[in-house]
Ligand binder design. Sequence first.
Ligand code: IMP
Ligand code: MG
Length: 203
Amino acid sequence: MDDEVESPWRAGGQRMSGAEDPWRHDPHLGEIVVAEDVLDKRVAQLGDELTADYEGRPPLLVGVLKGAFVFMSDLARAIRLPVEIDVMAVASYGSATTTSGVVRIVKDLDSDLTGRHVLVVEDIVDSGLTLSYLRRSLLARQPASLEVCALLVKEGQQPAKLDLRYVGFHVPPDFVVGYGLDVAERYRNLPDVRVYKGPVAVG
Ligand code: IMP
Ligand code: MG
């Protein structure tokens, strides 16, 4: 029975024809910025790199909710070390597509970071405000080390240099959705990253 179950937009690992794409009629979605197979390959590479770098000192992965949940889930399984997982939630955007400049912790970590090798897993770095704030806040908790793994970094948007050790892709400064990224909680389950061309949702 299980063999007959197929996801609606994929068959045998291949994207089916456009007619099978459930988002094909969505006028708010633009071009694909990072395709599903490209994401898969890059996440596997990052997993290999992290496996080598953290050998003998398995990291605590700190996922920044909600956007990082898809990336962290794939990345965690690509790291062949006994990692631990924690999550935190920060608010910087609300439902709008422009930064508010205000960052606050909405849900803090359960873990004590003292002496831990912490790897922050971020979906996308835009202005870098969220990350600079997080880095300062987490460093104050005396981890043994603190590095960042960001899936996407928007080009030319960060006023200050951010020390990003691991980056998936540098992307143009468009608003994008998919693979965890949303507009007003929608599109997180798109299997690839696409440009969002719709109205700015306020909610
Ligand atoms: P920053 O503080 O300006 O770097 O913004 C980082 C956060 O804003 C990310 O973690 C996302 O939650 C959100 N964000 C920034 N750009 C985008 C985008 O293009 N699509 C969806 N969310 C975004
Ligand atoms: Mg968001």
